[in-house]
Design a protein around this ligand. Structure first.
Ligand code: ADP
Ligand code: TRP
Length: 320
């Protein structure tokens, strides 16, 4: 089984990215041949400063390695080190109906938020399809917001294969229901565009500040509370064992537990999970040359696959 996923280097890694995409992708590493990449071509749609893009790219590399990406098992690379994807994007563009792209939620949401659309933003799902199809992926672990894009990749692969002969495998999205939409500090989807995130690699002090900002209702300490309606509990359950969840839920229902206390317990869980990763990341950051070497090696492996697929696609359409 081939597993592929990518993340844009466009901001700091948050709990939604980690639980929704990174952790599931890293767990799948054990079950097959994994390709994980840093989508820096995609990031050009939102990052317009070269130094920022370079910085964010290194950040994502450090994030993944600190969180357990095993570069011996997994091909870990920068998208732009496999330039074949851009050629495949062009080939796929010619089997991409305008209507399919116009229906993409992510594009519509960005336009609705006032981001002025350019061709890169509009064509983004075609580039993503090329990422997926070029290494003949079977499974694509993503958060729910990316499901539609993986479906676009499937549609384009089916259409291409039908028109030109079998070249691409048909990929499946893999979405874990329990973490498909991790809620943010305000209860909406956690997203850097809403400013409601808890960053994984921020300092202990910043993590504490974020957690203390989680929006709660105005019940007093004595009041009985419904854990199912609480933003603090919604995050707690994602990090806690079944026993810990039941224990806290029981104290919510009984009354006598303040939101401040619940937040404190959430912070403890967060720290227990991420403080060791923070240390590992600091260690990796001291040796950027080693990180660079990992990415180059990963690109060689991904490129070997990409070249093969691209050749078949070029032949199928008559470029060769
Ligand atoms: P953001 O919404 O902060 O801009 P991205 O769109 O860059 O995040 O998402 C990167 C990856 O993380 C995608 O696979 C996406 O599905 C996943 N992801 C982002 N936010 C969440 C969330 N709140 N819950 C689950 N998965 C998420
Ligand atoms: N669009 C994805 C995001 O914003 C990143 C991405 C690019 C991706 N290409 C991909 C994810 C291919 C999975 C597969 O998060």
């Amino acid at each position: 089984m081939r597993i592929l996923s990518g993340i844009q280097p466009s901001g700091k890694l948050h709990l939604g990215n980690y639980l929704g995409m990174m952790k599931p992708a890293l767990e799948l590493q054990q079950q097959g041949e994994a390709f994980i990449f840093i989508a820096n071509y995609h990031a050009l749609t939102s990052v317009s400063n070269a130094a920022h893009l370079r910085r964010h790219t290194l950040d994502v590399a450090l994030d993944f390695l600190a969180c357990g990406l095993d570069p011996e098992r997994t091909a870990f690379y920068r998208q732009s080190d496999v330039p074949e994807v851009t050629e495949l994007t062009w080939i796929l563009s010619n089997v991409t109906p305008m209507g399919l792209l116009e229906r993409c939620h992510s594009y519509k949401d960005k336009v609705a938020r006032g981001i002025s659309a350019n061709h890169g933003l509009f064509a983004y799902p075609v580039l993503m399809a090329a990422d997926i199809l070029i290494v003949q992926s079977d499974v694509v672990p993503v958060g729910r917001d990316q499901k539609q894009h993986v479906e676009v990749a499937r549609d384009l692969a089916l259409k291409f294969n039908h028109q030109f002969g079998e070249v691409f495998k048909i990929p499946e999205p893999s979405i874990r229901d329990d973490v498909a939409v991790v809620p943010g500090l305000d209860g909406r989807k956690m997203s850097k565009s809403y400013g409601n995130t808890i960053e994984i690699f921020e300092s202990h002090k910043q993590a504490k500040q974020s957690i203390m900002r989680i929006v709660t209702d105005s019940k007093t300490v004595e009041d009985k509370k419904n854990p199912e309606e609480c933003n603090v509990f919604a995050l707690y359950r994602l990090l806690a064992t079944a026993e810990q969840q039941e224990d806290l839920a029981e104290r919510y229902r009984r009354g006598g537990l303040g939101y401040g206390q619940a937040k404190k317990e959430l912070l403890e869980l967060f720290e227990a999970r991420f403080a060791p990763l923070r240390e590992k990341r600091e260690e990796l950051a001291r040796n950027p040359d080693a990180v660079e070497a990992v990415l180059r090696r990963g690109a060689e492996r991904a490129r070997a696959e990409a070249v093969k697929t691209l050749k078949r696609a070029r032949e199928a359409v008559g470029l060769e």
